[in-house]
Design a protein around this ligand. Structure first.
Ligand code: NDP
Length: 444
């Protein structure tokens, strides 16, 4: 059996019932096959792949808190510190009822390569809880966040592990967690990113993942002879990534006609009204039915369906495994030319393969959504030098980073004989730097 197949079999055996983690490892190892085979003896002797797929540390803890009725609730807390070869662990905290150890491990594993691709000195980690902030009062969210941080604060710090937001963790949750960290540890430091502007946050961090997605998509289209201007785009999700992806797409002259949440989706042929969407999702924290009720041109549909709409470009920005094989077939049949992932692993492996085989430009999330973590690293730099940069300065650096990421993965794909395969390019470019650092640091 080849080294890649051996290690993948080991992952499945040692991590039962973690299908998302298996999926993420399979995608990465498959596309690294050619690189691994070229260094098989050295990597085997150093157990490089076994170390790469095994987190350095996994923290599982109890999060008790009191709800508004005086009832004690208990959630599970997680932080997986996956790989620190190239810098302190960095990666978001997801608050969603679907969170379990396998999901956090898949996200942490992906984060290693994503962070490496940014060219910045950050290792890979991820965390979260099965707590659901939806429908909770502000006081309940605060009680949960304080309890969560009471335990987590023992293991993180500005130079060791710097968490950030993710699904369910926005500015409100980061604020409560930062306050609790400061209170217990007595340290005012950049231990979290995505902070509010009045206490160490970076301008453009809120917009960064969505904007970065569009900067990379624009470059990918340009390098393949297309102009983003005038293109029709389908976006899924209606959260942080989706909202700012829609906003930047419109600024670049494209028309975005869809968005969605976990209960339904909107088709708005006149183009999504971002101000209205922001008001509903960021201010009122309401459902998309309210969008359709306010805007005449919009249709609301229950369930899934975004990918059935005809478009030139598809940007999945909601969650993992939300673009399935039948969706991929519909996109190809409707003449779509490009898919760039805003979410982490939103496209299933078979759907990815189908899109690639049918000539669709496909950029994986670890490259196309790296703008969020890259700007988080810029927030860390500003915190370290006790300075704040302007919006334009941060946005300019973000754009450069995203354009560089695209060229790095494009070159890596070409160098290893897989021109146009951006999944392979991203995995190879991300892996080489981490592998080099791990080998240089000896057995650890
Ligand atoms: P938000 O919580 O702000 O928004 C998530 C959106 O996706 C919401 O519209 C939500 O709908 C929808 N959604 C969540 N779960 C499901 C589901 N199971 N089925 C259908 N829709 C769902 O999260 P973000 O925008 O921050 O994150 C979106 C994705 O982007 C995630 O994969 C995240 O890991 C990734 N990402 C985020 C970054 C960031 O900076 N925020 C950085 C890099 C990646 P509803 O409100 O109904 O739950």
């Amino acid at each position: 059996m080849s080294y890649v197949d051996e290690v993948y079999a080991l992952v499945v055996e040692k991590n039962p019932a973690q299908p998302e983690f298996h999926q993420a490892v399979k995608e990465v190892l498959e596309s690294l096959r050619v690189v691994i085979e070229a260094h098989e003896e050295e990597y085997r002797r150093d157990a490089l792949l076994e170390r790469l797929v095994t987190p350095e540390r996994q923290l599982l803890f109890r999060v008790p808190w009191v709800d508004d009725k005086g009832q004690v609730q208990v959630n599970n807390g997680f932080r997986v510190q996956f790989n620190s070869a190239i810098g302190p662990y960095k990666g978001g905290l997801r608050l969603h009822p679907s969170v379990n150890l396998g999901i956090i491990k898949f996200l942490g594993f992906e984060q290693i390569f994503k962070n490496s691709l940014t060219g910045l000195p950050i290792g890979g980690g991820k965390g979260g809880s099965d707590f659901d902030p939806k429908g909770k009062s502000d006081r309940e969210v605060m009680a949960f966040c304080q309890s969560f941080m009471t335990e987590l604060c023992k293991y993180i710090g500005a130079d060791t592990d710097v968490p950030a937001g993710d699904i369910g963790t926005g500015a409100r949750e980061i604020g409560y967690m930062f306050g609790q960290y400061k209170r217990i540890r007595g340290l005012y430091e950049g231990v979290l990113t995505g902070k509010g502007l009045s206490y160490g946050g970076s301008l453009a961090r809120t917009e960064a993942t969505g904007y970065g997605l569009l900067y990379l998509t624009e470059e990918m289209l340009k390098c393949n002879g297309h102009d983003i201007k005038g293109k029709t785009i389908c976006v899924s999700g209606a959260g942080n990534v989706a909202i700012y992806a829609i906003q930047k797409a419109q600024q670049l002259g494209a028309k975005v006609v869809t968005c969605s949440d976990s209960t339904g989706w909107i088709y708005d042929p006149e183009g999504i009204d971002v101000a209205l969407l922001k008001d509903i999702k960021e201010v009122k924290r309401a459902r998309l039915t309210e969008y359709a009720a306010t805007r005449k041109s919009a249709e609301y549909h229950e369930g899934r369906g975004v990918w059935s709409v005809k478009c030139d470009v598809a940007l999945p920005c909601a969650t993992q495994n939300e673009l399935l094989i039948d969706d991929a077939k519909a996109l190809v049949a409707n003449g779509c030319i490009a898919v760039a992932e805003g979410a982490n692993m939103p496209t299933t492996l078979d759907a990815t393969e189908y899109l690639q085989k049918n000539g669709i430009l496909f950029c994986p999330g670890k490259a196309s959504n790296a703008g969020g973590v890259a700007t988080s690293a810029l927030e860390m730099s500003q915190n370290s030098e006790r300075l704040s940069w302007t919006f334009e300065e941060v946005d300019g650096k973000l754009k450069n980073i995203m354009v560089n990421i695209f060229h790095n993965l494009d070159s890596a794909a070409k160098k290893y004989g897989m021109e146009g395969n951006y999944v392979a390019g991203a995995n190879i470019a991300g892996f080489l730097k981490v592998a080099d650092a791990m080998l240089a640091q000896g057995v650890c």
